[in-house]
Design a protein around this ligand. Structure first.
Ligand code: G6P
Ligand code: BGC
Ligand code: BGC
Length: 960
């Protein structure tokens, strides 16, 4: 690790910073010393410049002018730093402008390594080192174990593969993989692979990444715009040698950053300068507009290679850069990279040397085919030539340069070698300084994003330019120091080119993938397909018919003695009670020609009253009525009263209802088997001076149907999806065995909450449903209700979260007291968490209020659990409605049925997707029924009053 002390650098040195280790005076000073000796003549030879050789002073001018172009001033560097920072922040805000074009790509890596990662991983590296790919076997030993050296093998990629069809490239990669694995003695079952793919990609997941555009020497067809992980998976499949799971795809900068040795890091910046160049860093997630995160950090791949702000780069780009770009595979693109990346440095040197040779300054004014052919000078050549500029072995160095140039078919003059070395140094120095300006922009961004004046940061470096050009790093550091003086930067060379880092990310991805598999396994039973829903519809239909016939059925199909929906002639003032939902309400309903006016008051029924004695419960109800009458100035008036009693009652008449059993958390004693109208009248009787005329008792489904039927006469079905769930509908009287008469209709209260109590739903019931049922006050009862309604969905979710926590999938496996508390996860949380307008961060806020320590992955999983549970509930409810409307259609022998369903209930009304899913399921299962769902505005109290009004009208008519 190399750390440069601040006092080491004097400001005036900045501009003269050049790659001359050991304190050699800067190149520019050298130029003066390039005396005439360096320039000897060779007239008329082929490839030699015809124009007269310049005189010594001119040639040094020419060399100076040439190398002067590569000089980037501190001001220019600061401008590049500022402009790059500007475009980074624009891109983060999602306002990237093509001009600036640094892409700032989120990488789905949300934290630097914990060091806990363990396991064997295969790593495939493609693109970092140009025409070669590398396969590694990395064993991670977690925090305890000692560090195992990765095994690796490098494969040269034939040029026709780098430029051919994409399939060929990926097949080549898959072939190398199996060749590497063939040679390995390890057990090769369940191989987990991390794919280091060093090109700009839009990632949509740790294992999903779409190539934006090729860079460096690659240009395979049929890959840009495609998911490169899928292409690799397909190739591995085609290869068929090994079953390898590709768990993660990462950019090489991320692998470099993540591979940072524990103990010296964590590194929060990854910097690669190999054939190409790029950096990544840990950005505050809240600053990344495309992510709806407000917490934590996310690794961003800057993709600074495409930075091309002509304003600041224009003056720095030399004629050689333009020439190189014109000849490149991607002219106009990656302009910044083409001044820094190892793939281009050799070419820049070649272009300069060719230029100087053609101007007669070098090699006696003679070029060679090799010197004129693109790519003949490689990074290694530059490294070799530049490296020998060391005082310790000047001659030895010059000799090697000599040899190198001779290999290029050049006749090397006395000072040519040294001049060439200066050209190499100039090209590389500029690269290092430009890279420093870019890095300084990233450091400034980190300062902004963390609101830190002083920033202490570790930068992991990787790539052969660092390995081969040690002075590259020193110029880089010095320049960073000048451009980002408030940053204390330590540079950590990556030990194995990031292979370990890729394995770390793969380990995290594998863990997340395992978690996802466990999540899917636990949620799969909630994902009902068409056949399962159609089976529920058919079973419900069968149970309806049996129930109507009075045969054994889990559907009681209770006659309600409501024979018609309102016809609009109802009039008068009525009292209504609404018991059984979330709230108990007392209502005054005034039905006039002009419509219905409702005044109501909500009263609470404490749990100890709902689960106390029946007398206590009905006395509480009468107390509320009296309180309401007083407030409404109705005391002493005996208005006809309709009682919405939302529990299964066998009605013997409109005002007689025997409670069959309590549901929804009620269990008041001495009520089941009793006529609840009597219980109410007795309670009224116990209260002096109160007179009430209880005319009708209706179920909330009936009240809801009547209430909506008042507006829409086609409303012949009532549906409640609230605390509990149930439905009623107008059945042909001839089909109702319990009631005499063959003509006309009667509203049937299906009490579908109990559907499946005979085991007919057991195939669909999950262990979580069983947990909820066992913990309920009526185990074995209301099976359908317990899979659908608001009283239970939150509990089902809570039990799934407990299971996923015990499996280590959620909350890092930490079971919290809160999560083990019954009813702590309210069903309303599902509605909130699933609302589209809620960002993940708000989901997290809800869960944190529950005292659950969670990561964003956790929040996402909780959201999926809620979605699965509510989706199943809505689909089951939809299957039930489909059974009812199909029954009505067939009852009436209709091809098509148009019918409306009056609906009420908090879950149906408040859940963002429930109603839509119910309607979609009904359309799917009852395509010959056009069903309109009418949300009841005034609840079933109005319906109870209308039933009462109808009863009073009928009684009136009977009296006259
Ligand atoms: C409305 C109706 C009640 C019904 C309730 C069901 O409030 O007026 O009669 O019982 O909806 O929904 P809930 O979500 O309150 O259980
Ligand atoms: C690619 C980057 C990569 C860099 C270093 C560039 O050409 O666009 O994704 O990180 O090279 O390999
Ligand atoms: C009751 C029904 C009621 C439904 C909706 C169920 O628990 O048994 O009578 O209609 O809840 O409130």
């Amino acid at each position: 690790m190399r750390h440069i002390e601040r006092e080491e650098l004097k400001p005036e040195e900045s501009d003269q910073l050049l790659l001359l280790p050991g304190g050699h005076p800067p190149l520019w000073n050298h130029m003066d010393s390039i005396g005439p000796v360096g320039l000897q003549q060779r007239e008329g030879a082929p490839g030699c410049s015809q124009e007269g050789l310049p005189c010594p002073s001119d040639s040094s001018e020419l060399v100076l002018e040439c190398l002067q172009q590569f000089k980037v001033t501190e001001t220019q560097l600061q401008q590049i730093q500022a402009s790059l920072l500007g475009s980074m922040e624009q891109a983060l805000r999602g306002q990237a402008t093509p001009a600036s074009a640094v892409r700032m790509l989120p990488t789905y890596v949300g934290s630097t390594p914990h060091g806990t990662e363990q396991g064997d991983f295969v790593v495939l590296e493609l693109g970092a080192t140009g025409a070669s790919l590398r396969v590694l076997w990395v064993t991670l030993m977690g925090t305890e174990g000692h560090r195992m050296e990765p095994q690796s093998q490098e494969f040269v990629i034939p040029p026709e593969v780098m430029l051919g069809p994409g399939q060929q490239l990926f097949d080549f990669a898959a072939h190398c993989l199996s060749e590497f694995l063939d040679a390995l003695p390890m057990d090769k079952q369940g191989l987990q692979l991390g794919f280091s793919f060093s090109f700009p990609c839009h990632q949509t997941g740790l294992d999903r990444s779409t190539l934006i555009s090729w860079t460096k020497g690659f240009r395979c067809s049929g890959v840009e715009g495609h998911d490169v992980v899928q292409l690799l998976r397909d190739a591995i499949e085609r290869q068929g040698a090994y079953s390898i799971d590709v768990f993660a795809v990462v950019n090489d900068t991320v692998g470099t950053m993540m591979g940072c040795e524990p103990g010296v890091g964590p590194c929060e910046v990854g910097l690669v300068v190999d054939t190409g160049t790029n950096a990544c860093y840990m950005e505050e997630a809240r600053h990344v507009a495309v992510l709806d995160e407000d917490r934590g950090r996310v690794c961003i791949s800057v993709e600074w290679g495409s930075f091309s702000d002509d304003g600041v780069l224009g003056p720095v780009l030399t004629t050689f850069d333009h020439a190189l770009d014109r000849e490149s595979l991607n002219p106009g693109a990656q302009r910044f990279e083409k001044m820094i990346g190892g793939l281009y440095l050799g070419e820049l040197v070649r272009l300069v040397l060719a230029h100087l040779a053609q101007r007669g300054v070098l090699f006696g004014g003679c070029t060679s085919p090799a010197l004129l052919s693109r790519g003949s000078i490689l990074l290694d050549h530059v490294a070799e030539m530049e490296d020998t500029l060391c005082p310790s072995s000047p001659l030895a160095g010059a000799a090697r340069v000599h040899a190198l140039l001779q290999d290029l078919g050049l006749s090397v003059g006395a000072s040519d070698a040294e001049l060439v070395q200066y050209v190499c140094a100039a090209v590389l120095t500029r690269a290092a300084r430009l890279c420093a300006a870019a890095l300084a922009a990233v450091l400034s961004r980190l300062q902004h994003s963390r609101e830190q004046q002083m920033l202490q940061i570790a930068v992991a470096t990787g790539g052969r330019v660092f390995e081969r050009h040690p002075s590259f790093l020193s110029v880089l550091q010095k320049t960073v120091m000048l451009l980002a003086p408030q940053c204390d930067v330590s540079f950590i060379p990556s030990v194995d080119g990031g292979g370990r880092g890729v394995a770390m990310v793969t380990a995290v991805a594998a863990r997340l993938a395992a978690h996802r598999r466990l999540l899917e396994e636990n949620l799969a039973p909630f994902r009902l397909n068409h056949n399962q829903l159609a089976a529920v519809q058919a079973q419900m239909r069968e149970a309806m018919v049996k129930g109507l016939r009075g045969e054994a059925s889990s559907l009681r199909m209770l006659p309600t003695y409501v024979r018609a929906t309102p016809d609009g002639t109802e009039r008068g003032d009525f009292l209504a009670l609404d018991l059984g939902g979330t709230n108990f309400r007392v209502l005054l309903v005034r039905v006039t020609a002009g419509g219905v006016k409702i005044t109501s008051q909500v009263y609470s029924i404490p749990e100890d009253v709902a689960q106390g004695s029946g007398q206590q419960l009905f006395d509480r109800i009468v107390d509320c009525i009296v309180d309401f009458q007083q407030k409404q100035g109705l005391s002493g008036q005996s208005l006809p009263l309709g009682f919405t009693f939302s529990f299964p009652c066998r009605q013997l008449g409109l005002d007689q209802g025997i409670l069959l059993n309590w549901t929804k958390g009620f269990s008041a004693s001495d009520c089941e088997g009793q006529d609840v109208v009597c219980l109410l009248r007795e309670a009224i009787g116990r209260r002096q001076a109160v007179e009430l005329n209880v005319v009708a008792i209706v179920n909330d489904t009936v009240g809801t149907m009547m209430s909506c039927g008042y507006e829409d006469p086609r409303c012949e079905v009532g549906l409640i999806v609230g605390t509990g769930t149930n439905a009623c509908y107008m059945e042909e009287l001839r089909n109702v065995a319990a009631v005499a008469g063959d003509s006309g209709h009667m509203c049937i209260n299906m009490e579908w909450g109990a559907f499946g109590d005979d085991g007919s739903l057991d195939l669909l019931r999950t262990c979580f449903d069983a947990n909820v049922d066992q913990a309920s006050i009526n185990p074995g009862k209301q099976s359908f209700e317990k899979m659908i309604s608001g009283m239970y969905l939150g509990e089902i979710v809570r039990h799934i979260l407990l299971r996923l926590t015990s499996l280590g999938v959620l909350f890092r496996g930490q079971q919290t007291q809160r999560l083990q508390t019954r009813d702590i996860f309210k069903t309303k949380f599902l509605s909130e968490i699933e609302s589209d307008s809620l960002a993940l961060r708000q989901v997290r806020a809800i869960l944190e209020d529950l005292g659950l320590p969670l990561t964003s992955d956790d929040a996402l999983m909780v959201l999926e659990v809620c979605q699965a549970v509510s989706q199943r509930a809505a689909q089951l409810c939809g299957a039930g409605v489909a059974a009812v409307v199909e029954k009505i259609r067939e009852n009436r022998g209709l091809e098509e049925l148009t019918v409306s369903v009056g609906v009420d209930g908090t879950l149906y009304k408040l859940h963002p997707h429930f109603s839509g899913l119910v309607a979609a399921t009904v359309r799917e299962l009852a395509p010959r029924c056009a069903v309109t769902f009418l949300q009841s505005e005034d609840g079933s109290g109005k319906g109870a009053a209308l039933v009462t009004a109808v009863a009073c009208r009928l009684a009136q008519m009977a009296r006259v």
